[in-house]
Design a protein. Sequence first.
Length: 362
Amino acid sequence: MRVAILGAGAIGFGGAAFLSERGHEPILWSPSGKRTVELAAGAPLTAMGAVAGISHPKIAETCAEALADAEVAFVTLPGNGHRAVFAAMAPYLRADQIVIISGHLSFGALYLAKLLAERGLEIPIVAWGTTVTTGRQRSLTEVNVSNLRRKVDVATLPLSASDRGLAICTELFGERFVPRSDLLAIAVSNLNPQNHMGIALCNLTRMERGEAWGQNENLTDAVGRLLEALDAERLAIAGKLGLQVRTVREHYHLSFHVPMAPIGEMSRALQERGEGTFGPTSLDTRYVTEDVPFGLVPSALLGRLVGVPATLHESGIAILSALYGRDFRGDNDLLPALGIENMSVEALRALCRDGWRETQPR
């Protein structure tokens, strides 16, 4: 299957390597053009770790070129790049295509659906609760895929296209997807923002000094308790919405294959197994610049909408905004375009189930 991969970072490179290994035809597009220069010149993509091998993905110079012959559009950019890439995609998507958003954040699928509705077009948009691959980009031609997640939550907008969305995901990436009730369930399934906020906040000076520090060894029992307290707020919001989602312990167990225990203990188990990864070495990290505005801010908004205030989430947003000297709430460029803060919960549910064209939120 031909897959346009929109984004050429670690997830894009990892996805290209994994899809090539499975016999598919990835086409990489870098919005800036900088990350695919060497691959476009003929260098192979080298993957190591959980996916290992050499591949030669096609390289597109423009978004239109990437989508022209693709059956699937696979969005692998961080949340702070979603609005721009959705705007680039929308004019060229066709009715016979399907979109997959890896690590869906901030109701981005609704924003893309709105752009398509303005064209009179509705196509399936699949939202993942997290990424299939994890890892780091080692260079412009190398990626280390540290892990392949066994379970990934998935929902399709509109819900009527769920069977097709699940079938395409499975054909491309294997039997690892767990269908969730709708896009709203995915919105409260992504644990990365809360986990990354706790890890970054408790290790901020290491990041600012550019130290090399092991993430798992510094996810101590105290940090683990913070992550679980953040998780309790997310679970309370999900419960108020009548949604069942995984706990942070279940997430660690299924993602990293360690026995269920308090998060601090699970992190030590990973460290002892020699699977520790390094934490961010700069304040300019997606753990904060992506996950706070596009992960924590929407979660806090949902908490206010359903009457379950997410105090720790709200505090984390405020503290990190003060530490960085910027307003992370204002960095989110998706939510203002959707007007969710003015919707009723019932209208938001309908929108997340039926899609933009069939629902007029109030």
